[in-house]
Design a protein around this ligand. Structure first.
Ligand SMILES: CC(C)(COP(=O)(O)OP(=O)(O)OC[C@H]1O[C@@H](n2cnc3c(N)ncnc32)[C@H](O)[C@@H]1OP(=O)(O)O)[C@@H](O)C(=O)NCCC(=O)NCCS
Length: 182
């Protein structure tokens, strides 16, 4: 559905954060995005509404690449924001929605797009009887930390220390989704 365009959006916004912690492989990331269980919500914009190159404005990390180069596409649609998630069993066996990637093109940041995508993901999780939403964030990613804290995510008890990344989670509020009646 989104293919190389989504890979490009993920790589151009996250490559510099992945490198020092897990490294980066185009083929591994492509495999992750194209896995049969992978699900997406994607916001597209027409090519014409975007400059071909845009100063990187999305991260507090000093290693951020200075520019994002966008391929010009024949069908005129460019993904500008995307959430990639899966329904999986959590580490204690509970049904969970794993949020794999959340990225917004720098030209579209600070407009509430990421918050909107996370809220949509949440609504899908609770209405699909998931008990939790689980995600991993890089400790150097101040923008993501501010966003997720603001949306009610907290440090998960399984989160490692000193690894350059941490696990955040949010649990289904009582009364949402499939709470069993006592
Ligand atoms: C993190 C990211 C997804 C945020 O997307 P966004 O659409 O700009 O986020 P929102 O507009 O919904 O921001 C909501 C709140 O999050 C916080 N926030 C977002 N970006 C921030 C930044 N660069 N610095 C500090 N706080 C930030 C703010 O509290 C913001 O509210 P405000 O704009 O009213 O101050 C985006 O910066 C991005 O794609 N970064 C690169 C990829 C990445 O880090 N992904 C997340 C980890 S997988």
């Amino acid at each position: 559905m989104c293919g190389d365009r989504c890979l490009h959006l993920v790589k151009s916004t996250l490559h510099h954060l992945y490198l020092p912690v897990w490294g980066w492989s185009d083929s591994d990331k492509k495999k992750q995005l194209e896995a049969a269980t992978s699900r997406f919500v994607i916001a597209f914009a027409p090519n014409s509404s975007l400059p071909e190159k845009q100063p990187h404005a999305g991260s507090d990390c000093s290693e951020a690449p200075p520019f994002i180069a966008r391929p010009l596409l024949e069908d005129g649609q460019v993904p500008v924001a995307m959430v990639n998630y899966r329904f999986e069993a959590g580490y204690t066996g509970e049904p969970a929605l794993y949020l794999y990637e959340l990225v917004v093109d720098p030209a579209y940041q600070r407009l509430g797009l990421a918050s909107h995508l996370v809220r949509l993901t949440e609504a899908m999780a609770w209405s699909s009887a998931m008990d939790a939403i689980i995600l991993t964030e890089f400790v150097d990613n101040k923008a993501a930390a501010a966003l997720y804290r603001r949306l009610g995510f907290t440090l998960d008890k399984a989160s490692p220390r000193g690894k350059g990344y941490e696990i955040l989670s949010k649990h289904r509020p009582k009364g949402k989704g499939s709470d069993k009646k006592s």
